[in-house]
Design a protein around this ligand. Structure first.
Ligand code: UD1
Length: 467
């Protein structure tokens, strides 16, 4: 069993914290650094599990990494590739290994081998958009069944060549993978219907410093030219907008006041609009954003998660906890993932009034309209929440449970804390600084290999998406 959190809720969170660098940017930038043999120096690097996993993966491939965790800086240089085989133990860790295909294909003639969770290209965690786009650029990719799992084998023996790629959904990962491959592809690549999340813009900023010519055009089109020369790069990671939103919602729901240093207004527009709609308070300051409880919180809102610049799917889980503290009935329509309401059952057991629906509730129908997935949710409030013993199933649901426990006046015990460590830097330290009554109960460590396998099986069993 991993470490536990004991949380006694009921206290308003007050004070100031500093936001960390973005998990969803930093992990991709490490992979992007593999495109060249030049040194890359990163600042504002978050000390989180997903960065640790990605650093280890890069080291396996041949990178030399110096990570000064105290100062949040990291230097990485990959003079030569030691291997282009991603060991199987990384397959269930996160969504990073598949990006190795895009990053390494222009750098080696060897097969790039990336094991996967499950083995179905079109299954519950598909990578079809990645594969189709890379094939259009000239990659040869095949899927092979291995003993217990599958793996993608990829190479570009005849070189990569620019192409026009039309994504039928603006997938973040597929856009990133295609950009990475296109940087080393001859000629010009156009990605139509590309994802334009702020983390992708951060990747583009990094790649431009590295030597790429990339333009984000109107209508979600990204244009990438073949890079002829690479340079050393120094880059400061953007703020983690998921972490900012998470603590913001804790501040408002516990009737507190928290200043988040480094919170960037530009990345939070859709989130701030919804905070204003429910009557939450915020003040944008030159160096961050302050969030506070501003009297009665009102429900009656409709939220549709969407690709950027819409309301981010990762904000949805803690927002539902926040809505349990508002008066009235609100609707959430999840249009990005078909299975992201698994956490609602536990919230119901804690006292939340929630119902799930397979229909698209709200303004528009989404691509899950006829699929029978529970992807709409109605929440009524206000509801007092009660403590519970909870096992975390994934990162964002995990934070939703922490938030629910902060609202329950008794002691909740939360297990599978490893999931939170993957995305939240010093969670206990930050919440303690804000006055929360939270303790981490350290459990004896298992062999790391066994821990990975446990996580892997949990994810496979529940068809969850590690994000
Ligand atoms: C990234 C983020 C995650 C965020 C998500 C959407 C990271 C590490 N994770 O995940 O926090 O919630 O973007 O903003 O950056 N899809 C396909 N085929 C594909 C790829 C994706 O059908 O080949 C589908 C997925 O099943 C999902 C949707 O597209 O329903 C969105 O996925 P995608 O945008 O690719 O998310 P990730 O990059 O995995």
């Amino acid at each position: 069993m991993g470490d536990l959190l004991k949380i006694k809720g009921g206290k308003p969170l007050q004070g100031q914290i500093k936001a960390a660098g973005a998990k969803n940017a930093m992990t991709k930038l490490l992979v992007a650094s593999l495109l060249s043999d030049k040194k890359c120096t990163f600042h504002n690097v978050p000390n989180i599990g997903d960065v640790e996993i990605t650093v280890n993966l890069c080291r396996e491939i041949g990178s030399e990494v110096q990570w000064d965790k105290k100062n949040h800086t990291l230097e990485i240089v990959t003079h030569e590739l030691k291997t282009s085989y991603v060991p199987q133990r990384y397959s269930g860790s996160n969504r990073i290994p598949i990006l190795m295909i895009g990053a390494l294909m222009g750098r080696t003639d060897e097969d790039i081998i990336v094991p996967t969770l499950g083995g179905d290209m079109l299954g519950s965690r598909p990578v079809d958009l990645h594969i189709n786009a890379l094939q259009k650029l000239g990659a040869h990719i095949e899927y092979r069944d291995m003993k217990k799992e599958g793996a993608y084998l990829a190479h570009a023996h005849h070189g990569l060549k620019g192409a026009v790629i039309n994504l039928n959904y603006p997938s973040v990962g597929a856009t990133e993978n295609t950009i990475l491959a296109a940087v080393r592809a001859k000629g010009t690549t156009l990605i139509r219907n590309a994802a334009i999340e702020p983390e992708i813009i951060d990747l583009i900023l990094f790649l431009q410093k590295l030597g790429a010519n990339i333009m984000v055009d109107v209508d979600r089109t990204i244009c990438i030219q073949h890079a002829h020369q690479f340079h050393e790069v120094e880059h400061t990671i953007m703020t983690d907008r998921n972490e900012v939103a998470s603590y913001a919602m804790c501040a408002i729901s516990t009737k507190g006041r928290v200043f988040i240093e480094g919170a960037e207004h530009l990345q939070m527009i859709a989130f701030l609009n919804k905070i204003r709609e429910i009557g939450g308070g915020f003040t944008v300051k030159p160096n961050g954003i302050e969030f506070f409880h501003n009297g009665l919180l009102k429900g009656g809102v409709h939220i549709e998660t969407d690709v950027h610049p819409g309301f981010m799917t990762d904000w949805q889980q803690p927002f539902v906890v926040l809505l349990t503290q508002t008066s009235g009935c609100s609707i959430i329509h999840e249009t990005v993932y078909e299975n992201r309401f698994g956490y609602a059952a536990t919230l119901k057991e804690m006292g939340a009034d929630i119902e799930l629906f397979t229909q698209c509730l709200g303004g528009k129908t989404c691509r899950f309209a006829a699929c029978n997935h529970h992807h709409s949710l109605v929440v009524k409030g206000p509801s007092p929440l009660h403590a519970k013993e909870i096992a975390i199933p994934d990162l964002r649901a995990g934070f939703a449970y922490v938030m629910a426990a902060l609202l329950a006046p008794e002691v909740s015990t939360i297990s599978n804390v490893d999931f939170l460590d993957r995305g939240y830097e010093d969670l206990v330290g930050k919440l303690t600084a804000l006055g929360a009554d939270i303790t981490r109960v350290v459990q004896p460590k298992k062999h790391p290999e066994k821990t990975k396998t446990a996580l892997h099986h949990l994810l496979a069993e529940k068809s969850l998406t590690p994000v």
